[in-house]
Design a protein around this ligand. Sequence first.
Ligand code: SF4
Length: 259
Amino acid sequence: MTSAKPKSSTQTLKKSNLGSRKRPAARRRTAYTKAELEEIFRRFSIQRPEPKGELEHVNAFTLVVAVALSAQATDAGVNKATRALFKVADTPEKMLALGEEKVRDYIKTIGLYRNKAKNVIALSQKLVDDFGGEVPRTREELVTLPGVGRKTANVVMSMAFGIPTMAVDTHILRIGNRIKLAPGKTPDEIEDILMRIIPEQYLFHAHHWLILHGRYCCKARKPECERCVIADICKSPERTCDVPAPLVELPQQVIGATE
Ligand code: SF4
């Protein structure tokens, strides 16, 4: 008769999981004080009092389509293709009547156009079937549309319905980490921090200010710190200048100028 082997001490340790009990993750923080945050967004608001999204659209439906098409494509590229498309199809019903093949022809200059054309038709169908042809206003409903993720839903809520949201794109992801405004690994983490820390009166436009700041000043390859209005407040290790640029209103920026 063989007797059961006694468990080794390592096994016992592994099983009891001593010392590896997970602590709740510390809530990620911004590196900026309340007063600094107030000042950063005050300056952005002077630079761009009425920032506008650069995706052309004529109603909530065409905005949903434009945002869905803009994944991995530039706004300028999307606008070029949608100008003609939206002339013939600015409602889900008209988009369905046009059909997937023709939609594909209109958008074939945009990356991943086959899949995107499929999604445009599928989301039009869903809008007709489940929402009476109207674009829904809540994030929960918007993300049920094919090709619409959290980021697209946030953009639509903000631009079509005036609900403050923070759609984290590549520029916001970079700035959040580079200047330690909202350090985070995922867009959701960064969104969560920004929604908590941005002063309420600036929240509605903050999304566009950050994107435009990233696109035209705090650029991916090399930030242009000498042109930056928050150079004296910025806590980025990449900062090359600590004198803020003159605080003046900027002319409307040209679409796709730097992309
Ligand atoms: S100072 Fe430089 S690194 Fe900091 S936000 Fe401005 S451009 Fe970006």
